[in-house]
Unconditional design. Structure first.
Length: 273
């Protein structure tokens, strides 16, 4: 939801049971079940949007102050010269929307995509089968237990045979598995696409709605109060930008680590509008 603060607005996302359970710790008070939203609204009304979002992020809850991401100075990705991705091997380690959308777009121009999931943490989009199927139509599937040495070796072998790898995990999580994107890009000469809320150097968590708010990409009601612009709009926008960037890099024939931050994409779209 978008909630008003003492100086602005903030978006907070209670998408997971752990997020709901963290509300009491965010506000520093006991909260009765079902009263989480009113409690957050009351608590946030006496704080700045930046303070409220930072407090939630300390506990791993997706939250953002409205328009908190500055405009990026990064140049636009190269214009794709590649009209076909035939013979391109893509390993998709991502989940939900932005990464899988990028993979689906690559597959539609001929790339062969292998979707990799851990048996302990399947893609949350599976809870909506029609949506999941539309993003993964025509893909191969591999279930690999990253927590085991054999699983990590299997994953590294799969990456070694890829031209493109897509991930939506924080860099620290992959490092803990012994998967260092920077090293693998050099070792295998591949294009590694990393999609996250705020970029690889930032450990904050984000979903499409709050990332869009961070970038300032919102609508407004008749009284001028901010409203979410579409459904998790930073996700599909980032998937489109990412696919364009990957195709452009493949057309150049050079290895690269592409860092796509959903909040930055939302900010650039807001600035363009």
């Amino acid at each position: 939801r978008l909630l008003e603060t003492a100086d602005s607005w903030w978006a907070v996302n209670l998408a997971r049971p752990d997020d709901v359970a963290s509300v009491a710790a965010i506000i520093g008070a006991t909260v009765a079940g079902g009263d989480e939203w009113p409690a957050l609204e009351t608590w946030g009304a006496t704080r700045t949007a930046t303070e409220a979002a930072a407090r939630a992020q300390l506990l791993g809850v997706p939250a953002a102050a409205l328009g908190s991401v500055e405009a990026t100075t990064a140049g636009a990705p190269p214009t794709p010269a590649l009209t076909s991705g035939a013979s391109v091997q893509v390993v998709d380690l991502s989940s939900m929307w932005a990464g899988p959308l990028c993979a689906q777009l690559l597959s539609r121009v001929g790339a062969e995509v292998t979707k990799v999931e851990s048996p302990h943490r399947l893609d949350g989009a599976r809870s909506t089968p029609e949506f999941f199927d539309s993003l993964h139509r025509g893909h191969r599937f591999a279930t690999i237990d990253f927590a085991t040495p054999d699983g990590r070796r299997e994953l590294l072998d799969l990456i070694g045979g890829a031209d493109v790898v897509i991930d939506s995990s924080r860099a620290r999580a992959l490092h803990q598995l012994g998967i260092v994107a920077d090293d693998l890009v050099v070792e295998h000469g591949l294009v590694w696409l990393s999609i996250s809320g705020y970029g690889r150097a930032d450990d904050r968590v984000a979903f499409g709605d709050d990332a869009a708010v961070a970038g300032g990409l919102v609508s407004s009601d008749e009284d001028g109060r901010p409203m979410f612009f579409g459904d998790a709009v930073a996700d599909p926008l980032s998937g489109l930008v990412a696919a364009n960037a990957v195709l452009g890099q493949l057309s150049l024939g050079r290895a690269a680590l592409i860092d796509v931050a959903m909040a930055d994409v939302a900010r650039s779209m807001w600035a363009a509008a």
